[in-house]
Design a protein around this ligand. Structure first.
Ligand SMILES: NC(=O)c1ccc[n+]([C@@H]2O[C@H](COP(=O)([O-])OP(=O)(O)OC[C@H]3O[C@@H](n4cnc5c(N)ncnc54)[C@H](O)[C@@H]3O)[C@@H](O)[C@H]2O)c1
Length: 394
């Protein structure tokens, strides 16, 4: 059923990714045609009022709130992004769903499989509400283009996947501690950035059915306590007091996909010189594709099309022949380029469209997809703890 009343939107959490969600709701109406659902940008909520105010003013929301409960109780809010620390997702999502609000929750969906299951149950109790998980890289045009090629059979049967997500936000041992550095092993680099890579791998190669050889080391054992509130990975003044890091700085493991292919994963938050490097190669029987987030408007491709004398890897510039670009960019030509913020805009638009009963874009990742992702991460943790292979049902 299509909807005509404006969708009142709120963002809970005005930190690093909360700003991207606020920005995305501001721009979601400017892409994919003029029949966008009518939207009101109502509230930005954060316990840190300065952060909330900054984001509210910058992206033109009507008001700030200093608690997520105020959003849950508001009558003029219909759809909410949850963009706070992972351990808060479940409680907030359950309260929002109980108060009749559509929910787009950031990844990882929760801090445990049990919490994610409870969130899926809550979503199933409210089938009239849209629930989505923030796997924003599904909206990267180049990754979506590679997925299209794989689905069309252009690289043949899938043989292997090699993926890395390397960041350096934790590389400096004197960068401040935050919610990211506490919690059990597996809640660190694996859940924070590995969650994206695992989802991307399963989008491209199908379900992971076995994990083996996992290591989840903590290489920087303690970090200083910040003196003030820190946003995202931002540097801030620190005290002399240091607190233990309790979760993984690195995650490496090997997987088997349902079709018998193999995958290798390398994930790090302490990779000096890599601010945000998600890279991958997928090899099939007749071709291969590659992607690097630092050049996210292009991808590599090779197949058996050209004559052998001139065949080889080619650099494909993403343009209007690829997903999202023709209607999602103002200047939709190959070579113009686009950025990671566009992924959030496309994600927000898909969420709003789904609420409005429109189906122009691929559907948002569901809470069930978020749970599935945590099941794979749990298998990585169990493989690390046991030293053995861990099977996962597809
Ligand atoms: N999809 C992506 O690419 C992406 C990127 C970064 C982060 N994330 C996810 O977004 C979430 C937030 O990460 P971040 O980097 O923005 O964190 P952050 O630390 O920068 O921001 C979190 C914000 O939440 C606020 N907050 C804390 N407790 C709160 C409460 N009870 N009510 C309201 N606000 C509260 C903090 O003041 C802070 O401003 C995490 O789940 C993370 O995994 C996703």
């Amino acid at each position: 059923m299509t909807r005509t009343a404006p969708i009142g939107v709120a963002v809970i959490g005005a930190g690093m990714a909360g700003r991207s969600h606020a920005h995305a709701y501001r721009t979601a109406q400017t892409v994919f045609g003029s029949d966008a659902p009518d939207t009101r940008l109502v509230a930005v909520a954060d316990v840190n009022e300065t952060f909330a105010r900054h984001t509210q003013e910058r992206y033109g929301f009507e008001r700030t709130e200093t608690s997520w409960e105020a959003v849950a109780e508001a009558d003029d809010i219909d759809a909410v992004s949850i963009v706070v620390a992972n351990g808060l997702h479940r409680e907030i999502a359950e309260a929002l769903l109980a108060s009749g609000k559509h929910v787009l929750c950031e990844k990882p969906l929760a801090s445990s499989v049990a919490d994610a299951k409870a969130m899926v149950d809550a979503a199933e109790r409210a089938p009239e509400l849209v629930t989505a998980t923030g796997f924003s890289y599904r909206r990267a045009p180049a990754i979506a283009a590679i997925a299209e090629q794989i689905r069309s059979g252009a690289i043949g049967e899938l043989l292997s996947f090699n993926g890395r997500y390397w960041c350096d936000y934790g590389a400096n041992p004197d960068s401040p501690t935050s919610w990211r550095y506490t919690g059990p092993v597996g809640s660190g680099a694996l859940a924070d950035i590995g969650s994206h890579l695992i989802d991307t791998a399963e989008q491209l190669c199908g379900p992971i059915v076995r994990v083996t050889g996992a290591l989840l080391p903590t290489v920087i054992k303690d970090r200083p306590v910040p003196l003030g509130a820190a946003l995202g990975h931002a540097a801030t003044a620190v005290s002399d007091v240091r607190e233990p890091v309790t979760n993984d700085d690195l995650a490496t493991f090997v997987v088997e996909f349902g079709n018998g292919g193999a995958g290798t994963f390398s994930i790090s938050r302490v990779a000096v010189g890599h601010a945000n490097t998600l890279g991958l190669e997928v090899f099939g029987t007749t071709g291969a594709a590659s992607f690097d987030l630092s050049a996210n408007a292009e991808f590599g491709f090779v197949d058996n099309g050209p004559e052998p004398a001139t065949n080889g890897w080619r650099r494909v510039l993403v343009g209007p022949d690829h997903p999202y670009v023709a209607a999602g960019q103002s200047m939709p030509f190959a070579g113009v380029g686009h950025g990671g913020q566009d992924f959030f805009t496309y994600q927000a638009r898909a969420f709003l469209d789904e609420i409005a009963g429109l189906s122009r874009l691929p559907r948002p990742a569901t809470f069930a997809d978020g749970l599935r992702n945590l099941v794979v991460e749990e298998a990585v943790i169990r493989s690390c703890q046991s030293g053995e292979s861990v099977e996962i049902s597809a």
